[in-house]
Design a protein around this ligand. Structure first.
Ligand code: ADP
Ligand code: MG
Length: 226
């Protein structure tokens, strides 16, 4: 089976001075249906890793294949198209547009799909319902709770039916109960077949994924479940 994502000996250096190697010869395979957490302290290379997986950044050395295809030779336009069609992103700070309703925010990734408005709206309604926000469709993000904002962001990430959902500290701005709620949603989505890669500094959050990988100072090591 072809891996959905595969990193081979990826190093990412930021030229200094002093030069920083944020990732050091990292290899990782993500298969369809996987639910993987990458866990490590601040500054360990998590966002760098997710930016590379999400085609927002490129390895300095090494290979990244998405669905078997080498990404190094892709143009910026091709990378943007892959990002829009194959990947969904969720961030710590939600990144919702404050002057748009929940439904409008969820519809945004479909704007460039060429689909007519009624289809885009139907898809956005389905995604909004999927995360339990149908009663908040017409609300502006500012009046929502943190958990509701993150649900809206998850709906926006899912609306294109991405191959992989990438989440960078998705619970970083949420309290304990709301974190639990979002993690339960991720578990349900994964059970329905959604491939998920989540990065976090929270060991409790990481432990809920099927597979936890530790990152320290740019190096990966598998966490073996107790
Ligand atoms: P994390 O997300 O785990 O907190 P990052 O991936 O953001 O860690 O950063 C890893 C290391 O790379 C840090 O030492 C950080 O300072 C450095 N770094 C990240 N991005 C840049 C950049 N654009 N330029 C220089 N150094 C960077
Ligand atoms: Mg980070």
């Amino acid at each position: 089976m072809t891996a959905v994502m595969e990193l081979r000996d990826v190093t990412r250096s930021f030229p200094g001075p002093p030069e920083v190697q944020a990732l050091k010869s990292v290899s990782l395979r993500v298969d369809a249906g996987d639910y993987i957490a990458i866990v490590g302290p601040s500054g360990s290379g998590k966002s760098t890793m997710l930016n590379i997986l999400g085609l927002l950044d490129r390895p300095t050395v090494g290979e990244y294949r998405l669905d078997g295809e080498l990404t190094a030779t892709l143009t910026d336009d091709q990378r943007a198209a892959l990002r829009a069609h194959r990947l969904g992103f969720v961030f710590q700070s939600f990144h919702l547009l404050s002057r748009r309703t929940v439904l409008e925010n969820v519809m945004l990734p479909l704007l460039y799909s060429g689909a007519p408005r009624h289809l885009r709206e139907a898809r956005a309604r389905a995604a909004t319902s999927r995360v339990g926000l149908q009663h908040r469709e017409g609300f502006l993000p500012g009046v929502l709770s943190g958990g509701e904002r993150q649900r809206a962001a998850v709906a926006r990430a899912l609306v294109t039916r991405p191959q992989v959902l990438l989440a960078d500290e998705p619970t970083g701005n949420l309290d304990h109960a709301t974190t639990d709620e979002i993690m339960t949603l991720f578990e349900e989505l994964n059970r329905e077949g959604q491939t998920l890669v989540l990065i976090t500094h929270d060991l409790g959050v990481a432990a809920r994924a099927d597979r936890s990988i530790r990152i320290d100072d740019g190096r990966l090591s598998e966490v073996v479940a107790a």
